[in-house]
Design a protein. Structure first.
Length: 201
């Protein structure tokens, strides 16, 4: 059973990641994943339990390791200061940027992250915006699903990306919607690091 194999191998994987990054990986009995660039916190397998949850945990480890490697905390702090909408969009762009960089460094992480997203859609972590979504929510969703489809090739989001883009074009016009998405893409694929995601926002 994959869960049992993963339960045995996870401490080994975590210790390798920790050694490579010069940080600690710890497990807690909470369904939370985060990093402060000194420690990656992941949920303990006892807090989850199924094969799919084990796959998600592996993807979360890849994602958080990407933040430790590629995110400059200065721009996270600056983003927080700009308010919740600014920071939410900055974080969407930064997440795509670091997952892209992580995939370049460790090609296997692309598959892990794609499988993780497929399961998270199934679990309702990602959702399609409601028909009466606020324009700001629509912009955030267009960037989120557009980057994950076009830049990261996470095909599970393709349908939503098309629908949200069409709705954004109806509200903002095709030219503006296209410009917003192109600026976000540039923020996620240029080589200026976290500043590119911040500046794109």
């Amino acid at each position: 059973m994959q869960y049992q194999k993963f339960e045995r191998s996870l401490p080994i994987v975590a210790s390798i990641v920790a050694a490579n990054l010069g940080i600690k990986v710890v497990f807690q009995d909470q369904l939370v994943a985060m990093t402060d660039h000194k420690v990656i916190v992941l949920p303990n397998l006892k807090a989850i339990g199924s094969d799919e949850d084990a796959i998600v945990l592996e993807g979360l480890l890849d994602h958080e390791a990407g933040h430790v490697r590629f995110t400059d905390k200065q721009w996270t702090i600056e983003g927080n200061r700009r308010g919740p909408l600014f920071d939410a969009i900055r974080q969407i762009i930064e997440d795509a940027r670091i997952e892209r960089e992580q995939g370049r460094l460790y090609p296997g992480s692309r598959k892990n992250l794609s499988r993780t997203c497929e399961i998270m859609v199934k679990l309702g972590f990602f959702t399609e915006p409601s028909p009466n979504a606020h324009p700001a929510e629509l912009v955030a969703a267009m960037i989120l699903y557009g980057l994950r489809t076009e830049l990261l090739n996470q095909s599970v989001f393709k349908d939503w990306a098309g629908k949200v883009r069409a709705r954004a074009e109806t509200i903002f016009g095709a030219s503006i919607a296209s410009q917003i998405l192109e600026i976000a893409k540039n923020g996620a694929r240029l080589d200026g690091g976290s500043y590119d995601a911040f500046r794109a926002t």
